[in-house]
Write a protein that binds this ligand. Structure first.
Ligand SMILES: CC(C)(COP(=O)(O)OP(=O)(O)OC[C@H]1O[C@@H](n2cnc3c(N)ncnc32)[C@H](O)[C@@H]1OP(=O)(O)O)[C@@H](O)C(=O)NCCC(=O)NCCSC(=O)C[C@H](O)C(=O)O
Ligand SMILES: [Mg+2]
Length: 351
């Protein structure tokens, strides 16, 4: 048997390392806000930004120049001490460099040994298979033991290679540390040899054309979603493993409408949040990944109409049953989490 036994799955991988979590913390993670830690001007904004977002991520990988990797790592460790992350509830994550890079070992060891007490999640890029998670899992356990940490640091994998895509279910199940997976559309497009230089969103050439008309009139054609299959499969793998799926970056910073549409597609397909690369994407993610007030009120009506979650009811002409009760529960529970952090939305959900 190549799999660990169920009992061994939750055994610490180093003597002295904290017990792996059996249940993940329940948090809202509507936006994972990327910060380039080597830029003093942007890093200085962290204490002001932290209360306004759900997660701040210190990015050490792509978008950080090779000659700034040490500065970015030092900046990330400084960020750990710029805010009371564990006390105030905003997630503090860091995206480290790839496991085969010359920077991975220093990234992970310095983050865990010097910032582990504040670090919630390590984001692992370019994950090829469960073996990457297994390696990082034991390496981090050794470092946690050395640092005397009492809370395990969780992992978030980026789905951005064709091999990783083919093994996404095994990646999702590879460790108790797994808390989520994000789509990385740029690297995945490159690895798949897709013919687009865009970071997420659609492409004007990816369309469906209507059949020819007898009268030769112009045929309607509609742009299609390049990412539907990928996001849907990622969501299935994550939900099967009891973790959350996330849409990653939307690179056209100036196109707020297309960003919102891409985030909304991901939300409707089951994603819990998205990356925000720029301040102008934070409110888009907040708006999209918080349930709509009218949807919340209707969901609560479904729960009230079937208190024990079984049977059938008609609401506004729509059939409700055990399945829609579960759908309603997803929306109502998310609304409760959002309302606890966002007084404006709390008011909108309750008026
Ligand atoms: C994309 C940017 C380089 C744009 O920065 P800039 O040119 O400075 O934008 P603005 O002039 O509009 O900035 C306005 C003010 O906002 C501040 N700012 C900019 N970015 C951030 C930020 N992320 N957090 C906080 N504050 C930010 C500027 O400093 C300006 O402030 P002020 O002058 O005081 O008004 C930049 O946004 C950026 O670097 N974003 C992060 C990009 C990133 O992390 N990319 C990597 C993730 S995507 C990826 O790796 C692909 C993925 O893996 C895949 O494979 O798909
Ligand atoms: Mg990438």
């Amino acid at each position: 048997m190549s799999q660990k036994t169920p009992r061994n799955f939750f055994k610490p991988l180093a003597i002295g390392a904290p017990e792996p979590m059996r249940d993940l913390p329940v948090k809202i993670e509507r936006m994972i806000h990327f910060v380039p830690p080597h830029l003093d001007k942007v890093r200085a904004k962290v204490p002001d930004m932290a209360p306004k977002v759900d997660v701040i991520l210190a990015n050490l990988e792509d978008a950080i120049p090779a000659d700034a990797k040490d500065a970015a790592r030092a900046g990330a460790i400084e960020m750990a001490n710029m805010y009371d992350w564990q006390g105030k509830g905003t997630g503090f994550w860091s995206r480290v460099n790839p496991l085969n890079s010359p920077w991975f070992q220093d990234d992970v060891s310095e983050l865990v040994l010097k910032a582990g007490h504040q670090l919630d999640v390590i984001m692992l890029p370019k994950v090829e298979g469960p073996w990457d998670i297994h390696f990082a899992d034991q390496y981090v356990a050794q470092l946690e033991a050395k640092a005397g940490l009492t809370r395990p640091i969780l992992f978030h994998a980026i789905l951005e290679t064709a091999q990783g895509m083919s093994l996404v279910e095994e990646i999702a199940l590879a460790s108790p540390r797994m808390q989520g997976i994000s789509l990385g559309p740029a690297d995945l497009a490159a690895d798949r040899k897709m013919k687009t230089t865009r970071v997420g969103g659609g492409h004007p050439f990816y369309r469906v054309l209507e059949d020819p008309h007898a009268d030769g009139s112009e045929r309607a054609s509609v742009q299609q979603d390049l990412w539907h299959y990928t996001i849907a499969r990622m969501v299935d793998a994550c939900r099967m493993a009891g973790i959350n799926a996330f849409y990653g970056p939307f690179g056209d910073i100036s196109d707020l409408d297309a960003c919102e549409q891409q985030f909304r597609n991901a939300f409707l397909l089951g994603c819990a949040g998205a990356w925000s690369l720029h301040p102008n994407q934070i409110d888009i993610a907040k708006r999209v990944f918080s349930p709509d007030p009218d949807e919340v009120k209707f969901a609560r009506r479904i729960l009230e109409a079937m208190p024990d979650g079984t049977g059938v009811a008609m609401l506004d002409g729509k059939m409700q049953d055990d399945a829609t009760w579960k759908q309603a529960k997803v929306i109502a529970d998310l609304a409760d989490l959002v309302a606890a952090k966002d007084p404006d939305l709390a008011a909108a959900y309750n008026n």
